[in-house]
Design a protein around this ligand. Structure first.
Ligand code: SAH
Ligand code: SF4
Length: 360
């Protein structure tokens, strides 16, 4: 194995460098990578944390991703769509508490009703709270729909590639027209041609996933020149087909450590992008988000969905904060972060320096 310090001092990581770093398992060497990443973050974007209010708008989905608890064929899910009052109250709460951006995430629907209603919400939020940056994560849509939503006022779009390896992608999705790897890639490339700040990401610790797959994912992010990344551990859900593979999974501790390593290596590779400390990290370790920030992340997304609805938005099991109401949830996150030497930026959308450098 190459010496880790030599690799860490390189200006540009190639595939083998990334595999070397991702393969590290001992604490001392992992800590070296986290130290380097924190140093890079401190020097380039500072130890600033940006908050986004996450609204889980609807758990109705046309898709059947094999890992996801709200997949179409899971008949145990109590399906909901937030009412107008619930959405606007969550937005008001986000604004009032100084979270700089609102994220509308949803199961994927394509019909006119869904597209129109998201457009209407974006317009209403934009005109009521012009300072609040609007982020959407509503699945694969046509370029025309993305443009309409942009014109209505949305400025960020999040769509995880889930895995950049075609073979692995089809091990975690049905192989049919609704779950096409080529379409997912095309949609991301379409988004890259728009003025949106574009975010993607992957799950870490999927069945049959190797460090080589993960290294490929990091190179995919760099090649796509993304502005934002959200990635975190895969967590099995008993009402999904992938649950049958649970005995083949990496132990949770290893999924957690590899997730932190992914964040750290990516921060060194792409110092000026936004990287989220995902909620899934906190479902394995109560300090998961904070550890994510120390590994190089700079974004946290408190959930602002009404708590009596979000219990039904269970993508994976053991989701943290499910039974806390919005203000308890926010307080837990706020108190958890400030003791770690990070500075929380309120009322700031936290536009990635990477995007500013490319667009202004
Ligand atoms: N429907 C949209 C957005 C909602 S799903 C979409 O799929 O793009 C948001 C993210 O949750 C997915 O991108 C996926 O990476 C993550 N997710 C789903 N099931 C998960 C699981 N079992 N463990 C960890 N993350 C999961
Ligand atoms: Fe639907 Fe997204 Fe879940 Fe897939 S990951 S089933 S698209 S909500």
């Amino acid at each position: 194995m190459s010496d880790i310090t030599t690799v860490l001092n390189k200006k540009y990581f190639d595939f083998n460098d990334i595999v070397t770093l991702l393969s590290i398992e001992d604490e001392i060497h992992m800590q070296k990578i986290f130290n380097k990443s924190l140093e890079v973050k401190t020097k380039t974007i500072g130890r600033n944390v940006y908050l986004r209010g996450l609204i889980e708008y609807s758990n109705i989905c046309r898709k059947n991703c094999l890992y996801c608890g709200i997949r179409k064929d899971n008949s145990n899910v109590n399906r909901y769509t937030l009412t107008h009052d619930e959405v606007m109250e969550a937005v008001r709460y986000t604004y009032k508490n100084g979270l700089g951006s609102i994220v509308i995430q949803s199961g994927e629907l394509l019909g006119k009703t869904f597209i129109d209603i998201i457009e209407e919400y974006v317009k209403e939020i934009h005109s009521t709270y012009p300072e609040l940056l609007i982020t959407l994560s509503c699945g694969e849509q046509s370029l025309e729909v993305y443009r309409r939503w942009y014109d209505a006022g949305a400025r960020r779009y999040l769509l995880r590639i889930e895995s950049s390896d075609k073979i692995l992608y089809y091990k975690i999705h049905p192989h049919d027209q609704y779950h096409s790897f080529e379409t997912r890639k095309k949609v991301l490339n379409d988004l890259r041609t728009t003025c949106y700040q574009v975010g993607t990401g992957v799950m870490i610790g999927l069945p049959d996933q190797t460090v080589e797959h993960l290294a490929k994912d990091l190179i995919f992010f760099r090649d796509l020149d993304v502005d934002m990344i959200g990635m975190g551990p895969f967590i099995e859900h008993s009402e999904t087909p992938l649950y049958d593979r649970r005995s083949d999974l990496w132990p949770l501790k290893k999924r957690f450590e590899k997730s932190l390593l992914m964040i750290a290596i990516l921060r060194i590779m792409m110092p000026t992008i936004n990287i989220a400390a995902s909620t899934a990290l906190a479902s394995i370790d109560s300090q998961g988000r904070q550890k994510g920030l120390l590994a190089g992340a700079n974004v946290v997304m408190p959930n602002v969905t009404p708590f009596y609805k979000k219990v039904n938005y269970r993508l994976y099991e053991n989701k943290p904060g499910l039974y806390l109401n919005e203000s308890q949830n926010l307080k837990t996150i706020h108190d958890g972060i400030k003791d770690y030497g990070e500075h929380i930026c309120y009322n700031d959308p936290g536009i990635p320096l990477h995007y500013k450098n490319n667009n202004f």
